[in-house]
Design a protein around this ligand. Structure first.
Ligand SMILES: [Zn+2]
Length: 236
């Protein structure tokens, strides 16, 4: 069985600039290769992810790193621009994200699990779900028209695979190399590998896609759960 993303418009909504690479870039790459349009929406600026050897203008640097990674993928990239650690599910941020959805017009959204370790990830999870629902409600006004249908929603694996029971796996064996090259664009974060209190992100990513791959009987995989709710499930 092989899922085809060919006619989809797939948008990953993540908290920080390197989260999509870490957790779902292989799936985005496979969707792109199938002919889908792909997009990455980054809600926070990454302004507090400082290496021990401090980087000047970190948020601007991380924006450039994210754009370079998205270019490798051929993805549209949207920056919501909120400061790290300030993300909460509130009407103001829902409205910003609703407009982003209405610009990209996703048929499938990939969003953080609300079991993930980081408070920004959990807030992003709630925001991604709420705004993707309201983006199809014409009563919620924004500069762009409402979506015809709320997009399907898949919850993305948690960082480190804690407390996440995979519902299904996407085989990304052919796209692990691109996922690696995308992560390599995030030099400011890779430079943190030697920092005492930081887990090396490249090692973490590799361990995760190989472990999920081993569980699914392939070289590399990413794990997801379906958001199983009214008007959100699809027959693939
Ligand atoms: Zn993150």
């Amino acid at each position: 069985m092989k899922l085809c993303f060919g006619r989809e418009r797939v948008m990953a909504v993540v908290a920080h600039p390197d989260d999509a690479e870490l957790l779902c870039a292989g799936t985005l790459a496979r969707a792109k290769a199938d002919g889908a349009s792909v997009g990455i929406c980054v809600l926070c600026r990454g302004d507090k992810g400082q290496p021990a050897k401090s980087v000047a203008h970190l948020a601007a640097v991380r924006k450039r790193e994210t754009a370079a990674a998205a270019e490798l993928l051929g993805a549209g990239v949207y920056f919501a621009g909120f400061a790290d650690g300030t993300l909460t599910d509130n009407p103001r941020i829902r409205k910003v994200l609703t407009q982003i959805y209405r610009e990209f017009r996703p048929t499938l959204v990939l969003a953080h699990s609300d079991e993930d370790y980081h408070p920004d990830h959990r807030a992003a999870s709630q925001l991604a779900e709420a705004a993707s629902w309201f983006s199809a409600s014409s009563g919620h006004k924004s500069p762009s028209p409402a979506l015809e249908l709320p997009p399907a929603l898949w919850w993305i694996d948690t960082v480190g695979m804690s407390r996440f029971q995979p519902g299904f796996y996407i085989d990304i064996s052919d796209y692990a190399e691109l996922k690696e090259r995308m992560l390599a664009c995030h030099r400011s974060q890779l430079s943190r590998a030697k920092d005492a209190n930081f887990t090396a992100v490249a090692d973490l990513m590799r361990l995760q896609y190989r472990t999920r791959g081993a569980q699914a009987g392939v070289a590399a995989a990413e794990a997801f759960q379906i958001h199983d709710a009214l008007k959100r499930t699809r027959a693939w």
